[in-house]
Design a protein around this ligand. Structure first.
Ligand code: KIV
Ligand code: ZN
Length: 399
């Protein structure tokens, strides 16, 4: 099934649109706000990374957010990613978003309203019929300003199925070209994603003419798994952020989704336009701008993602990197894997390290040096190259 999309033209079956929301949902995490200059630098990096859509901000939220979205739209006024502004369903929100994105070569308005019973009754204090009316009116108004309109059912994963179908049908009839079903509170399981997207594609008239999108929060650590499940059930747009930043526990991480799709392409069957070798530098730029490092064991971009300390693993790595690496570090922007010298390291890696440091030692010298290295390693968490140089030089001096 190919889809005609106002911003992307003809989309083949296997193409996944990467919608980056680092500058909007990502920025909503406490302590992660960015100023105009920082947002522009990130937008540039995200464009170099090959993100298809940049959700640049929430223009009604503040004059600063409006200015950031407008500046990013101006930056991509000739070509570049689709530039998107978020809005609630109120006309003043939509008009503000329309104004902010209008200079982009490919502008998008993303309008949303809550559809779950809890959100409608407690937060919005609206009846389901009033919500349906708001869906129709907001999408119709947005379509008067751009051909590319995304509609989201906030708390979609906790929405009653029949009502979700009615909302989606209403949004499609009013002209939405992308339909996003967020798991706003990170409550869904992968099988819920399969059920929801399969149901919408089967039951909603007009579903085969729009792009379905998935937007997952990570409260149970399932955001990426849920994203992949949604794709398998027919979603074609993934909403994600660099380093997985976002409200509370964050959003699905762009780098994890992109590398899962690439590494397991045979099993999953989808492709993206992400330039994967730019992943690490984009992640580092965000960390520098926000002042928040990623945790060492973070997939793809954590400092330990391609580091090996245990003797068994180091031995395997020296024989064939495929023994303990499922993708190359170079493919995501690292210069190389690292064999970290610590108390779990083995003789093979130690010999290799000595060689790299310029020492050719015989078996007896190696045994002595290795024994001393293990003593040091028991005292220190990591043994640095300088420690090893000092150890061997001392041994050579002592004869
Ligand atoms: O998580 C969410 O529901 C959102 C919407 C505004 C798309 O971020
Ligand atoms: Zn969100």
């Amino acid at each position: 099934m190919t889809i005609q999309h106002p911003s992307f033209g003809t989309l083949s079956d296997d193409r996944v649109i990467i919608f980056d929301t680092t500058l909007r949902d990502g920025e909503q995490s406490p302590g992660f706000s960015m100023n105009l200059e920082e947002k522009l630098r990130m937008a540039e990096a995200l464009s170099d990374l090959g993100a298809d859509v940049l959700e640049a901000g929430f223009p009604i939220a503040s004059p600063g957010d409006f200015e950031s979205v407008q500046s990013i739209a101006r930056r991509f006024s000739k070509s570049g990613p689709v530039v998107c502004g978020l809005s609630r369903s109120a006309p003043k929100d939509i008009l503000r978003a329309a104004e902010a994105v209008k200079e982009a070569a490919r502008p998008r308005i993303h309008t949303f309203i809550s559809t779950s019973p809890l959100h409608m009754s407690v937060k919005l204090r609206m009846t389901p019929e009033q919500v349906l009316e708001a869906v129709a009116n907001s999408v119709t108004l947005a379509r008067q300003h751009t051909a590319d309109v995304e509609w989201s059912a906030e708390d979609g994963s906790r929405t009653e199925p029949d009502f979700l179908c009615r909302c989606v049908e209403t949004a499609i009839k009013a002209g939405a070209t992308t339909i996003n079903i967020p798991d706003t509170v990170g409550y869904a399981l992968p099988e819920d994603m399969t059920r929801i997207f399969a149901m919408l594609r089967e039951r909603v008239p007009g579903a085969d003419g729009v792009i379905f999108s998935t937007h997952n929060h990570n409260d149970l650590g399932l955001a990426v798994a849920n994203t992949l499940s949604a794709l398998k059930a027919g979603a074609r747009q993934v909403e994600c952020t660099i380093n997985g930043i976002g409200e509370r526990a964050g959003n699905a991480s762009l780098e994890e989704v992109a590398m899962a799709l690439r590494t397991r392409q045979e099993a999953l069957g989808y492709k993206t336009e992400i330039v994967t070798k730019n992943i690490l530098r984009t992640s580092r730029l965000l960390a520098t701008i926000t002042g928040f490092d990623v945790q060492p064991n973070k997939a793809i971009v954590g400092r330990n993602a391609f580091a090996h300390e245990s003797g068994i693993h180091q031995d395997g790595m020296l024989k064939d990197r495929g023994t303990y690496e499922i993708m190359t570090p170079e493919s995501v922007g690292w210069t190389t894997s690292s064999l970290v010298m610590g108390k779990h390291s083995g003789r093979a890696a130690f010999r290799d390290k000595l060689k790299a440091l310029g020492y050719e030692v015989g078996d007896n010298q190696l045994n002595d040096a290795f024994a001393r290295f293990k003593e040091i390693a028991d005292r220190k968490k990591v043994v640095y190259d300088e420690d090893i140089v000092a150890l061997v030089d001392d041994q050579i001096l002592r004869g």
